[in-house]
Design a protein around this ligand. Structure first.
Ligand code: THU
Length: 135
């Protein structure tokens, strides 16, 4: 399944709408049910409205009723494997702070992380609610 994720992220990258940065990113998000949701970055002329590939994939999963996130694969144009931005880290931590992250360059360089290592203490001290935690 993880190698499929790489291919799905590669395919999603081709759909990127990135006329401003010309930096395309694709993501493939695996849920506990085994479903995969793809995403690509969607830029906007008002730059701050740009959506990262990871967040697009999370939105698609949640809209499909799948909040138990297991792993996300990312493919980008950078020379070293990209790590998700701080905003995406927080959004992903909402659903699974232990999410597995695998990031690839186009040349095949790979790096693996857990979300907890990139965003420790994602919720400490924050408001408590009865929300899903990747189960
Ligand atoms: N971007 C992503 O989609 N995911 C990342 O992990 C890093 C950055 C996008 C946002 C913007 O469209 C472009 O890459 C340049 O930052």
């Amino acid at each position: 399944m993880k190698s499929d994720l790489h291919q799905i992220a590669l395919d999603a990258r081709l759909k990127a709408y990135a006329p401003y940065s010309r930096f395309s990113v694709g993501a493939a998000l695996l849920t506990e049910s085994g479903e995969v949701f793809s995403g690509c970055n969607v830029e906007n002329v008002s730059f701050g409205l740009t959506m990262c590939a990871e967040r697009v994939a999370v939105g698609k999963a949640i809209a499909a009723g799948q909040s138990a996130l297991k792993a996300i694969a990312i493919v980008s144009d950078s020379e070293v494997p990209v790590v998700p931005c701080g905003g995406c880290r927080q959004v992903m931590a909402e659903f699974n702070p232990e999410l597995s992250i695998i990031s690839w360059t186009l040349s095949g360089q790979k790096a693996e992380f857990t979300l907890a290592s990139l965003l420790p203490l994602a919720r400490q001290g924050m408001i408590e609610a009865d929300v899903p935690r990747g189960t």
